[in-house]
Design a protein around this ligand. Structure first.
Ligand code: NAD
Length: 253
């Protein structure tokens, strides 16, 4: 991560980052570590978290394997993550299965909603409880997609429905955790150059979406990570309940 330091207030704190082995989550982990915080890097147990830790600047980072589809494991994992300097959560982990509407099965619907919507609810609730118990306020950032507002494209219907739910949950937690000094915000990315973006997609549709963006390109994971760092920093102390559009103008409203 290069550029201006956005991470005021992160030095010496710790932040739980989910999806840390993915495109955006990994960039978030690097940017938060570069701001002086310890990263608790979490992803599915099958993911290469050792490789993520090796890429992080600074010391004190930890790996935390967690299946977001397992609600019973979430509370235990948050308990392990929440050390004395715990600042909060950047929750980038998610599951997208692109498939035509006619091909969506109850199993596929459930798999995406269990990770993206149910997982977000229990994870944010647990982190909120840990932050309330510490009494120092905190920061929580969730991830939706601009498609929560513009509507599903390219076979993302079940996923986008879950991501619309994430916006609603974020607003509810912003209300319930606000009195404890915890801000809760959501990032809604547009087309970002990650494994999720290309999975089940074609070069033609990806190029067409990039061409529809005023900036004429996909965003990079680092450009999204910079917004996440801002939201967990001191600079965003009066931002809560927001859904931040990071799409290069692909969506305007
Ligand atoms: N890339 C984009 O264009 C784009 C657009 C809109 C929204 N988003 C959102 O941004 C966030 C990051 O996306 P990305 O592009 O980096 O995706 P990615 O696929 O590169 O990374 C997602 C990570 O989530 C993890 N994950 C999936 N299922 C899990 C489970 N059951 N338990 C724990 N971890 C699990 C994966 O292992 C992966 O490392 C996601 O919430 C995604 O919905 C991305």
């Amino acid at each position: 991560m290069t550029g201006p330091a956005l991470g005021a207030g992160l030095d010496g704190r710790s932040v739980l980052v989910t999806g840390a082995a993915g495109g955006i989550g990994r960039a978030v982990a690097v940017a938060i570590a570069a701001s002086g915080a310890r990263v608790v890097a979490s992803d599915h147990p099958a993911a290469d978290l050792a490789g993520v830790l090796a890429a992080l600047p600074g010391d004190g980072h930890r790996a935390l394997p967690l299946d977001l589809a397992d609600p019973a494991a979430i509370g235990t994992a948050v308990g392990a993550a929440a050390d004395d300097g715990f600042l909060g959560l950047v929750h980038a982990g998610a599951l997208l299965r692109r498939e035509p509407v006619a091909a969506v099965t109850p199993e596929s619907w459930d798999a995406q909603h269990e990770v993206n919507l149910r997982g977000t609810f229990f994870l944010v609730r647990s982190v909120g409880e840990a932050l309330e118990a510490r009494g120092r306020g905190g920061r929580i950032v969730t991830f939706s997609s601009i498609a929560w507002q513009s509507g599903p494209i390219l076979g993302s219907d079940a996923y986008v429905a879950s991501k619309a739910g994430v916006v609603a949950l974020t607003r509810g937690f912003a209300r319930s955790l606000g009195p404890a000094g915890v801000t809760v915000n959501c990032i809604a990315p547009g087309q970002i150059d990650t494994p999720m973006q290309s999975r089940g997609n074609t070069d033609e549709t990806m190029a067409a979406t990039a061409a529809a963006c005023p900036l004429g390109r996909m965003g990079s994971p680092e450009e999204v990570a910079a917004v996440a760092v801002f939201l967990v920093s001191d600079h965003a102390s009066f931002v809560s309940g927001a859904t931040v559009n990071v799409s290069g103008g692909l969506l305007m409203y």
